[in-house]
Design a protein. Structure first.
Length: 161
């Protein structure tokens, strides 16, 4: 799910995006009528976003909806440079999206490419402990697990070959 709406007082409803439910990959939905303790993260155009996570309220632009990186297919990105990457080669990436109970979206810059490649890092392919700590902006070392060149889908893994 995208998130949940919470009433923060004075009849004001606020959105808690699923990635703000907790540190790491959210594994459960918020139950209806469950009291939660949160903090205002962002206010714009009469809309309020809340986080239930501890720690800093600072977020990278993707977090507030200012920047969204479309899929490789949406951007008509050429994935052929991935054919030149040796099997098992580690790539540096950055988490820019978290999907409830599923994993994270990771962007990887390839040498000589003007735009990042977008891939999915499933919870089963994350390094031990990362599922509980991953957040936007987390730097990760990944390898390509699978590529669907037709659909322009890339799956990453952090597991050893």
């Amino acid at each position: 799910p995208f998130g949940a709406f919470v009433t923060i007082g004075g009849g004001i409803d606020a959105l808690v995006k699923s990635e703000e439910f907790r540190e790491g990959v959210p594994m459960q939905k918020l139950a209806i009528d469950t009291p939660v303790k949160g903090r205002v993260l962002h206010v714009a155009d009469g809309k309020v976003w809340v986080t239930l996570r501890p720690g800093s309220l600072e977020r990278i632009p993707e977090r507030t909806g200012q920047i969204r990186l479309a899929s490789n297919l949406d951007r008509n990105l050429d994935l052929s440079p991935l054919q030149d990457i040796p099997v098992g080669e580690w790539l540096d990436g950055e988490v820019f999206g978290i999907l409830m109970r599923a994993g994270a979206r990771v962007k990887v810059m390839l040498p000589g490419q003007p735009e990042p490649i977008v891939g999915f890092l499933g919870v089963n392919n994350m390094a031990d402990g990362l599922v509980d700590t991953v957040t936007f902006g987390t730097k990760v070392r990944v390898r390509i697990a699978t590529i669907d060149f037709e659909q322009k889908i890339v799956d990453f893994t952090m597991k050893q070959p």
